[in-house]
Design a protein around this ligand. Structure first.
Ligand SMILES: Cc1cc2nc3c(=O)[nH]c(=O)nc-3n(C[C@H](O)[C@H](O)[C@H](O)COP(=O)(O)OP(=O)(O)OC[C@H]3O[C@@H](n4cnc5c(N)ncnc54)[C@H](O)[C@@H]3O)c2cc1C
Length: 223
């Protein structure tokens, strides 16, 4: 699996900080953009973010390419309704050479791994057989959740904050958590002012809202 930050709003920090400060200034954002420096940015953006006024970071968006992830992962990813997606089609692209994701828990169990691999081989054998007789859009019905896919996703920074809260949490499913962790790392690298405090609630809010369901293991490495 590979995650790449394909593109993001130029000057995301300057833009969001100027927009945020324009709410409290007699100057418009166009002038504040020129007046911006990193120290002011900390104040102009840091304060609204600390008080939960996250609408100001909706002005910046980030586009990621997620490659070689399972369909099980993308089923969960596309539940995030404020994001935009473009996913490789199993109707138009032949899956004959596609791969599958083998979860670590199965890989560690020799017998389970053997059965899993055998089943995958059998599934692809049947897929190839069907592909020669019926359209790809029907042959794909035999493919498993483990089948790999590529997807491009765009989120604005506010939605990314929300996504990181849910999917960087230890309670999130491992494959999507790994993708979310990498997206967080890339987003922080691109825009530290916007994302330095983003992460699961144990990082972003300093406490876990899960009550009895808490994992009890705050992700301090992300702070
Ligand atoms: C650990 C975990 C386990 C899960 N298990 C299941 C499961 O068993 N079954 C299942 O079906 N799903 C499950 N989900 C998915 C979950 O229910 C959400 O669909 C998914 O996380 C998207 O979250 P969201 O709706 O908050 O975010 P988004 O769709 O990204 O929306 C962001 C925010 O926008 C607002 N919003 C968006 N759309 C609307 C709307 N129509 N009306 C009002 N406000 C809106 C909400 O404030 C929302 O939080 C699970 C998620 C996690 C993290």
């Amino acid at each position: 699996m590979r995650v790449t930050l394909l593109s993001y709003t130029k000057d995301a920090e300057r833009l969001c900080a100027s927009a945020a400060h324009s709410c409290y200034s007699d100057k418009p954002a166009s002038e504040l953009m020129d007046d911006w420096d990193e120290k002011k940015g900390q104040r102009w953006l840091g304060n609204p973010l600390a008080s939960g006024h996250h609408s100001v970071i909706e002005h910046a968006s980030f586009t990621f390419s997620i490659e070689g992830a399972s369909r099980a992962l993308t089923h969960q990813l596309v539940r995030h309704r404020l994001a935009s997606f473009s996913q490789q089609s199993q109707r138009y692209v032949s899956m004959e050479d596609a791969d599958y994701v083998l979860p670590d828990s199965i890989a560690r169990d020799e017998e389970a791994a053997r059965r899993f691999r055998e089943l995958m081989e059998h599934i692809w054998e049947e897929y190839r057989f069907l592909s020669e007789r019926v359209p790809k859009e029907d042959a794909r019905y035999v493919l498993p959740n483990a089948c790999t896919t590529n997807i491009t996703v765009t989120m604005n920074a506010r939605e990314l904050w929300h996504f990181f809260e849910l999917r960087c949490c230890n309670r999130a499913q491992w494959e999507l958590r790994a993708v979310a962790d990498e997206m967080l790392r890339l987003a922080r690298e691109a825009s530290p002012l916007i994302f330095s405090k983003a992460g699961p609630p144990c990082v972003s809010r300093g406490r876990c809202p899960e009550g009895k369901m808490t994992c009890g293991r705050p992700r301090t490495e992300l702070r």
